[in-house]
Design a binder for this molecule. Structure first.
Ligand code: GLN
Length: 426
């Protein structure tokens, strides 16, 4: 059975595709060359399943999306106290490139604005590191997060460096107050290279999922960051990641996130998944307009808001799978939200349930989120399309709406009809 999740992601893209508002960033001339119509999305579960739609393999530069990851690296290398000595954790409510430092101690207020990110970049690989070694340390670390070797886009980097007066003035300010030690030009060079690491949307989803997974890269299995470091990083992303739009973002979308001016946007749902979108047209805050729209929809539709009481991770949603040569009965349990249904659909594919009859027993399911219902029905419909006879065992009627996407109804069955003397998988 082909997973219905990419199809679902495609629908989200289609619903935002018509929005042509905003403009590509042009203060970095090379970014102004980007095709404004690119639109991609990718989702990676903490179990390492990736789903993508649209231009998810198009390459672009991370820009500010590098900031939370380099902040996490600084926390990992130096610990919170040392990092907090040079950068705060308060939302600034200002633009990303604002010339602002904390009035009392002159620290940048948080690591997501440029002033903070330039200061954090300087912490990597020790204060005596050369620019080259520091950048290599960051590039190789980000590559481990993505699970493949990434490169720096020289054209974008050079183009930004030619117009970096703003960041240079921030670096001069930071050096003046003793927050950074390097010469301002070196600090901006190192930071700009960090921003110019080229990725695609799948890479970003995997990196976001690594944060969701407590620092273990879900595909390579490598433990890269401590869980405490991920928690701190996600907390700072939640309060500061969307700059002056951060308050509205956390209310409306409720997913710790970070945007970049090349059009990327990542979101991390702790313990569950990472999502990334790509669409280069930006709003006044420098956030991707269609990316923000897609996230709003994902959050509402899939119940992903962090403050939502429906958004819990619980026990394994597949209690048991019984099968013999003809029949497979999949017994579900607990709360079926997006992450749960993703796991169920993945197992349906993994077990290669090529039985002539497939029944889903939802009698032990406590709640069925609307996205869970929709995707389960779509999974069943696809099994039927491939020739299986499908049914749902639902004695309490929790599948309130049985209509599938082709207009037919999910057939119901009694548990007694499926007492099979078969092999139990779980
Ligand atoms: N490199 C960009 C800058 O410093 C990053 C900004 C962003 O993505 N918000 O201006």
């Amino acid at each position: 059975m082909k997973s219905p999740i990419p199809f679902y992601l495609q629908k989200i893209l289609d619903s935002v595709r018509g929005n042509k508002d905003g403009a590509v960033a042009d203060y970095i001339p090379e970014l102004a060359q980007a095709n404004p119509d690119y639109l991609g999305i990718a989702l990676c579960s903490t179990t390492g399943h990736i789903y993508a739609a649209g231009d998810a393999q198009q390459r672009y530069t991370m820009q500010s999306i590098s900031k939370p990851f380099v902040y996490a690296l600084a926390l990992q290398e130096l610990g919170l106290d040392a990092v907090r000595d040079i950068v705060g954790m308060e939302p600034s409510g200002e633009a990303f490139n604002e010339l602002s430092l904390n009035r009392n101690d002159h620290r940048p207020v948080n690591p997501m604005i440029n002033a903070g990110a330039i200061a954090v970049n300087q912490l990597i690989n020790g204060v005596d590191s050369t620019v080259e070694d520091r950048v290599e340390c960051i590039r190789s670390y980000i590559s481990r997060l993505a699970g493949r070797e990434l490169e720096i886009d020289r054209n974008v980097c050079d183009s930004e460096l030619e117009h970096s007066e703003r960041n240079l003035s921030l670096a001069h300010m930071l050096r003046n107050y003793g927050i950074i030690q390097d010469d301002a030009h070196d600090a901006v060079l190192s930071y700009t290279k960090q921003c110019s690491i080229a990725v695609d949307t799948r890479d970003l989803a995997v990196m976001a999922a690594t944060l969701a997974n407590g620092g273990r890269q879900p595909i390579t299995g490598e433990k890269i960051l401590d869980a405490d470091v991920c928690r701190l990083t996600l907390a700072v992303m939640a309060s500061c990641g969307m700059y002056d739009g951060a308050g509205r973002w956390i209310a409306e979308v409720g997913i710790p996130a970070k945007s970049g001016v090349a059009g990327g946007l990542i979101g991390t749902l702790p313990g569950q998944l990472g999502v990334a979108t790509f669409s280069p047209r930006l709003n006044a805050e420098g956030n991707s307009i269609r990316g923000v729209e897609a996230f709003k929809q994902l959050s509402a539709d899939m119940g992903l808001h962090l403050m939502s009481t429906e958004n819990r991770v619980g026990i394994n949603p597949v209690r048991e799978v019984e099968q013999n040569d003809d029949v497979a009965v999949i017994h579900l349990q607990g709360h079926i939200n997006f992450s749960a249904v993703e796991a169920v659909l993945h197992q349906l594919r993994e077990y290669d349930l090529e039985r002539s009859q497939v029944a889903l027993d939802i009698s032990q399911v406590s709640t069925l989120h609307k996205v869970g219902r929709r995707l389960l029905k779509e999974g069943l419909r696809r099994l039927r399309e491939e020739g299986a006879e499908i049914a749902v065992i639902d004695p309490d009627g929790i599948l309130t709406d049985r209509e599938m996407s082709d207009g037919t109804l999910v057939p119901l069955a009694d548990a007694e009809d499926y007492q099979i003397a078969g092999q139990s998988i779980l």
